[in-house]
Every structure is written in C-alpha cells, then in structure tokens.
Design a protein around this ligand. Sequence first.
Ligand code: PLP
Length: 407
Amino acid sequence: MEFENKFSKVTKSMKSNIIRELLKDAANPNIISFGGGVPDPETFPRNELAEISLKVLKDEYKFTLQYATTEGDNELKKQYIKLLEKHEHIDWLNYDNMLITVGSQQALHLISMVLLDEESYCAVGKPVYLGAANAFKQSFPKFLEIPIKEDGMDLEFFEAKLKELKNKHEIEKLKFVYVVPNFQNPTGVTMSLEKRKKLSELSKEYNFLIVEDDPYGYLRFEGEKLPNIYSMNPERTLLLNTFSKILSPGLRIGIIIGPKELIRQFTIAKQSADLCCPSLTQRIAARYLENHDIIKELEPSLKLYKSKKDTMLEALKVEFENTSKVSWTKPEGGLFIWLTFDESTNTMEMFEIARKKGVLYVPGESFYVNEIEKNHMRLSFCLPSHDEIKEGIRRLRSVVEDYKKVK
Ligand SMILES: Cc1ncc(COP(=O)(O)O)c(C=O)c1O
C-alpha cells in the first residue's frame, strides 16, 4: 500500500530527531561520544529506587498498579511543593497550579497544542533546544529567533522585534517566549538576573507568556544560584521542571507549574494524549522526595560533573588554545559546552570525519529554526570518563585538522 497520501500535514512536516540519528553509533565502545545530554548512570540512586519500587508495589498497589488522574499524583505534588518552598521560596502553590507530565518533553508538546497555531508567533533562542523547536513546529507557528549572548537572550534585539510586532498590530499573536535560563541547551550559558527581570517586565508590557524550561537549574556546580523567572512573575510564566537530570530520566516525570486556568487546558490536552502519567513512577518519585533531600544528595553528582567539565575545558585549552579561530563557552553548570569555529567551518560536513576517527558531537545547525548557523558544535561532558574526554578532544583536534586539509 502507498502510505504517503494517508499522512497528515503535521506528519509530513516531521523530521526524525537529527541528534538521535547521528548518535546511533554512540554505543560502539571504540567511539567516544560527546553527543547526547544523558546523565551519568552512576549518579542514579539505583539501590534506593529499587527499595522504594518494591515497597510501593507491595504496600500501595491499589494506587501504583491502577490508572492515575490526568492531573497527576497529589502525593508527588505535595512533595514537590515542599521542595519549591525550601529551595525557591515559592510558597503559594496549590495542586491545581501543577500538572505532572511525561518528562518536560510532553510539557513542550502540550504547550504547542494549547497555545500555538499557524498565525501565532513564538520567540525562541538562536540557538534553541531542538526538542522544543520540534514540539512547537507541530503547530506551524512563525518563529522569532533571538540571539543568545554570554548572559542569555539578547533582550535589546527582542525588544526591537516586540516594537515591530506592535507597530504591525500583531503583538497579540505573540504567544510566548521560550527560554532555558540556566545552562541553556545547547550553549551552556545562563541568563543574568538583570535579564530575568527585564524579560519579566517585557512580558507584562507586551502581554505575552514566558515558558521557562529549567531541567538544569539544580545542576549548578559553581557561581551563584539565581532566582527563577516564575518566582518574579507567576501570572505570566510557565515553569517546566523534570526529574530527568536530578534523579533519573527513566522515570519520565516532568511537571508544569503555572496559572491554574492554563494548567486546566494542558490537562484537557493531556487527556487525549495519554490519559495520565504512569502511577508507578509518579509514586516512586513522591516517596523518594519524601525520604530524601534530593537537592543535597546531588552534591556528589555535581562534583563529578564539575570535574568532567574542568577536564574538558582543560583539554580544549591544550588542543585548541593556539587556534584563534575556535572559542567555547564556560558553563557554571548543566551538561554542555558550545564550540564556535570560523564561519567557513561546517560541522555537519566535518561529522563524517569525526565518526571515522571515533568521536561524536552534535553539529550546531540542529539548533536553529530560521537562519541556520553551521560553524558550531555542542559537546556534552557528562557521560565519558576523564580519560575518554581527554582522548576525545585529542581526536577532535585531529578531525578539525583533517577537515581543513580537504576543504
Ligand atoms: C532544555 C530541555 N528541555 C527539555 C528536555 C526534555 O527532558 P525530559 O523530557 O527528559 O524531561 C531536555 C532534555 O534534554 C532539555 O535539554
């Protein structure tokens, strides 16, 4: 049968996640992968999670083996509210300000379904997290790409765009700006406090929402913690959190926090997507939070990530210091470093040489929606060992040298 003419418009527009395609070889033991943003499995508290799993299956089977409500497990919400009170000084939340989702990725998908359509504008970073761009693209909006600077989004540029939209009488079509303020994926940069405040003011002045995606906020290993935008502007901000980077991505638990009218609409959209999140993993996460200070317990993981980040920065210095044409970000947390080469370099073209030499990265062009820049790459330092990081960066230098010879 010919299937092509059966596909919907959205299906026809879908592309396979390029990162997942490129990184298929990552499991090959001869290859060093700086590709995926996956946590080091040694950081997963596997024994504690095994104990809790057995207990909630035996003692709470009427909940854990049953359908849950679409809104999510109130035990989990209760524990999460405590966590936000303690660590973010957010003390006004009710259960109806929260929806439990299948990771933050589902939150992004629901936001796209509920808020965007073809006439809408949404503003995103340039570069932007690929998974968010793909989720938003499913609603065919118009993207405003806002350059990312060392201290986060270029808000002067954004403000100029806002004025343009206002002059065209299209400002109401701007639904939201999407930001990853802490250790952004893919650049690793953090939005300054001034910019957080300014963005919050702009959202009031021009009447748009802020989607604050924060999977990495608790993975800060140096520098000063900054308040999230949600705490400054709860009426207009949707805060997306996830357990993927602080506990385990295998649980597939995320959470949207925001105004209850919006949460209600996301809940209705989620009903038709999957009825509810798995009861079992929600309750495991709830009991874990109840019995552990999850943020305190991250300390050894943070030490590990910091040391790997330092190893990668040092290796980059050793291998690329004398090449004035390469620069890189120096993140204070998270999982990623962003490399920028001179403009004649195309990191997608270079990828085949890298694969042959046994090192993988994510070509930067994957992270743009309108104007594509080809001279960047994203390196993740969380999974390889220290020796692999040093060897991988050595291989990368040789990849760049070979690429320059054939160019
Ligand atoms: C910025 C950002 N948002 C959302 C996600 C999705 O995370 P999850 O669905 O595992 O919660 C990721 C994953 O890497 C991410 O980097």
